[in-house]
Design a protein around this ligand. Structure first.
Ligand code: PHE
Length: 367
């Protein structure tokens, strides 16, 4: 630590040497100052009126100097005073500006911090499959239609050739809107049990030819279990034109199934019944998992039943006759498939309820 000592020698060289040592000391001490407190101690050590180093220099060097050296020593001491004041000033500036910058530090905007993440959602697997099915038909030139989920008895049943009280209605487990008893039966509201009523609405909207697919939500009074849900989805299809035959139906659905499940699946049509198609068929595809050999997925049969279809019954055209649907001139086919069932088969999902529980761990697998 620097201390002021008496001068023995007042020659310019000795004075220079003493001044040099002092300046070196003040500058070196200045570099060690870390904060405002350090600075105050430093300032007092060098500049305190009472016993500060400059005061000591004044006493020990100037006052003690012989008359002949006074001038020389005085000039040096003044110079040292200026230099020390400057060093103290610079040190003060430095400590206050580091204090200011550490104040700003807490307010600094760190643009490298990751932002708040808003996880992206993913398309629901049922919607994804529905879109995929619709796209297969769009590529064949079909347009997309839709209709209401709350439907009248007329569109859901009567115009589709389910006469009032016909036993085929029982198979639909219909949910009826309450308090409709005063209305004529055909006007009573229900939750549509299938997308087929939109066949009628589409034909009322446009004269033939028609190529349309109808994706949508349907409702049935089923108890929820691994394969049943009171709300599920279907994609309906309708093609009406001159000379539409069962061959067209087979070719169209065979192509669609190959697009959805892979080009090596085969389709099989076997007789079935729907009031609004004649003839009617159920369509199976060869099991895409075992290739038809028999496995758990196809319950050892080699075949998986997928959808209902048929040629539009001429009775149905009667309900839309006024819009150009003359069953003597035109014919058509229709089909309907369950989207959940197809999704479950495609992804190997064994419980339909997983679609409706909203469990992110399930859903994110489809992201
Ligand atoms: N609507 C029928 C059902 O839900 C399926 C179907 C549609 C059958 C079109 C034939 C033609 O079971």
């Amino acid at each position: 630590m620097y201390t002021v000592s008496k001068l023995e020698d007042y020659s310019p060289a000795a004075l220079d040497q003493a001044a040099h040592e002092l300046l070196q000391a003040v500058r070196q001490e200045a570099t060690a100052i870390a904060g405002e407190n350090d600075w105050r101690v430093f300032r007092d050590r060098w500049m305190a009126r009472k016993n500060g180093i400059l005061t000591q220099v004044n006493d020990l060097w100037l006052k003690a100097a012989p008359g002949t050296a006074k001038r020389e020593v005085g000039a040096r001491v003044n110079q040292l005073k200026t230099e020390v004041e400057k060093a103290v000033g610079v040190a003060q500036h430095r400590t206050s500006s580091t204090a200011a910058s550490s104040r700003l530090e807490s307010e600094r905007l760190d643009i490298t911090l990751p932002g708040i993440r808003r996880p992206l959602g993913a398309e629901h697997p049922v919607i994804r499959t529905m879109t995929e099915i619709v796209d297969v038909f769009r590529r064949m030139g079909y347009s997309v239609a839709d209709g209401p989920e709350i439907e009248t008895d007329y569109y859901n049943f009567e115009a589709l050739s389910f006469p009032p009280n016909h036993p085929a209605r029982d198979t639909q487990d219909t949910l009826f809107v309450a308090g409709q008893e005063k209305k004529p039966q055909r006007d009573r509201l229900l939750l549509r049990t299938h997308t087929s009523p939109v066949q009628i609405r589409t034909m009322l909207n446009q004269p033939p030819p028609v190529r349309a697919v109808i994706p949508g939500k349907v409702h049935r009074a089923d108890t929820a279990d691994a394969t049943h849900s009171p709300i599920f989805h279907q994609v309906e299809g309708l093609a009406v034109d001159t000379n539409i035959t069962f061959c067209d139906l087979k070719g169209t659905l065979d192509h669609a199934m190959k697009s959805l499940f892979g080009s090596n699946v085969k389709t099989r049509f076997f007789p079935s019944f729907f009031p609004f198609t004649e003839p009617s068929a159920d369509v199976s595809i060869t099991c895409f998992k075992c290739g038809g050999k028999g496995c758990r997925l196809c319950k050892m049969s080699g075949w998986i039943e997928l959808l209902g279809c048929g040629m539009v019954d001429p009775n149905v055209f009667k309900f839309v006759e006024q819009n150009g649907y003359d069953s003597q001139k035109i014919s058509g086919f229709a089909f309907g498939m369950g989207v959940e069932r197809i999704t479950m088969l495609k992804y190997g999902i064994d419980d339909i309820q997983l679609f409706y529980q909203g469990d992110v761990r399930f859903l994110e697998q489809f992201a």
